[in-house]
Design a protein around this ligand. Structure first.
Ligand code: SF4
Length: 441
């Protein structure tokens, strides 16, 4: 490792950057404490831990800007096993999260257009187009992305990621490491588990060579323990949504889920969720709901519409309705019990074989039915995501069965999670409005 590069990283990230971000957090906290004394429309005041979240995410992207000076960098799919990468000292970049940041900052349409100009079809997932467009144009709202030394792709969310990562591997001239996960129509077989575990093991020499060090079992166990704790805390955060009125909405969760996705295995993530949980419990104890008047509780299915989170949240709130849970945020917590630091490789294979998108549509329906009951939902919004076909498949049938078997109405809402050009504002507003009116007594 280059000591000059390490020093440059340390100065920019750990000293100057950390001090600036800390000062910014303190300023935001002061501003927030003034704001929380004022009434805030239909919605409760923002969480006082929010500036801490902003600091955490900003620090992550700041570290990314200088990561190539510090050590090895891996770009990974959101569902990829990462604990061994963390233990090897990799900085992890999640192109899907970065694409979501582009969506929230309203730059995704430009990045998608960049990719389309290079011949990528508009039918491709908008995350893939946003990321490829960003890689090809060098444009990003986070300043600069680190160059990958290795790409790690796991097919447990979809097959699109494989083609996408092949494009990245060619563009960056970096090795591509694949973990292929058999789709689970029923229970995972011992053969499927062994197949995934073997791939994680077989990939290890490449990852060690690129990182320039060997995997320490002790360090892996420590990262696994931190991952497990973060995921368990995240699940507890989501569980607070069962309370009536809910102290947190799925709109909040879409933002607060960033650390559990891209900073699993870090102690700062554990600290952050402890603080969030404490604030939620204080809100419950003081009778503070996410909505001033909660009348209707809804479940959300599929990815959020990143560029319309606020608009949808306000539209629902005007009717006393909110999202109390979502299958998407739940996916990052429901497998907590499968993580076992004492058996890292085996449990990694088990966990990363079971994401919701790698299981059958019947399994997803069962999850939704359980969530409707657990969170006492009055209705469901199924986001039919033009980009994410694997998440959207089966929703017509799911809508009917939710209604027929649970008596719960469900709205099928056509949109796209990241490409505003595939979103009709008027149509979405009208359909949501009609659904909410229908829910009202
Ligand atoms: S198709 Fe869906 S699962 Fe695949 S990368 Fe896009 S959003 Fe993710």
């Amino acid at each position: 490792m280059n000591p000059l590069g390490q020093g440059w990283y340390h100065l920019n990230v750990s000293v100057l950057g950390a001090a600036l971000l800390r000062a910014e957090r303190i300023r935001s906290q002061r501003k927030l404490s003034r704001f929380t004394r004022r009434p805030a429309g239909d919605l409760a005041p923002p969480f006082s831990v929010s500036p801490q979240l902003k600091e955490l995410i900003s620090r992550h992207y700041l570290a990314g800007r200088f990561a190539n000076h510090r050590g090895p960098v891996a770009w990974v799919t959101s569902g990829a096993p990462i604990e061994h990468l963390k233990a090897l000292g990799y900085y992890l970049m999640y192109p899907e999260n970065h694409a979501a940041v582009c969506g929230i900052r309203r730059t995704a349409a430009e990045r998608c257009a960049d990719a389309e100009e290079h011949g990528f079809s508009r039918d491709l997932c908008s995350y893939a187009r946003t990321d490829i467009g960003s890689a090809l144009s060098g444009n990003t709202p986070v300043g600069r992305l680190p160059r990958p030394d290795v790409l790690v792709c796991c097919t447990n969310i979809c097959q699109t990621v494989l083609g996408w990562y092949q494009v990245l591997a060619r563009h960056f001239q970096a090795p591509l490491v694949l973990v292929d996960t058999p789709f689970l129509y029923r229970e995972a077989t011992p053969q499927a588990l062994a197949f995934v575990q073997r791939q994680i093991l077989e990939n290890l020499p490449v990852l060690e060579r690129v990182a320039g060090r060997t995997l320490s079992p002790k360090r892996l166990e420590r990262v696994m323990a931190l991952s497990k704790e973060a995921v368990e805390l995240w699940m507890q955060v989501l569980d607070r949504g069962r309370h009536r009125p809910t102290p947190i909405t799925a709109f909040d969760e879409f933002i607060h889920m960033a650390p559990v996705v891209e900073m699993r295995g870090d102690s700062s993530t554990v600290e952050y969720y402890r603080a969030l949980l404490k604030e939620l419990d204080a809100r419950i104890a003081n009778g503070i709901g996410a909505l001033k008047q909660e009348r209707k509780r809804l479940l959300w299915d599929n990815l959020p519409i990143w560029f319309k989170i606020r608009q949808l949240s306000e539209q629902l709130a005007a009717h006393g309705a909110t999202l109390v849970a979502s299958t998407y945020t739940n996916a990052w917590g429901e497998l907590a019990a499968l993580l076992d630091p004492a058996h890292p490789l085996e449990s990694m294979a088990r966990v990363y074989l079971h994401p919701i998108l790698n299981r059958s549509t019947g399994d997803k329906l069962a999850t939704m039915k359980r969530m409707v009951r657990d969170y006492s939902c009055d209705g469901v919004i199924l986001h039919s995501d033009r980009s994410c076909k694997p998440y959207s498949i089966g929703q017509v049938d799911q809508r009917e069965r939710l209604h027929r078997e649970l008596g719960v109405p469900a709205l099928l809402l056509e949109a796209d999670h990241n490409d505003p050009r595939a979103f009709s504002d008027e149509q979405v507003r009208t359909r949501v409005e009609a659904f909410l009116e229908m829910l009202e007594p």
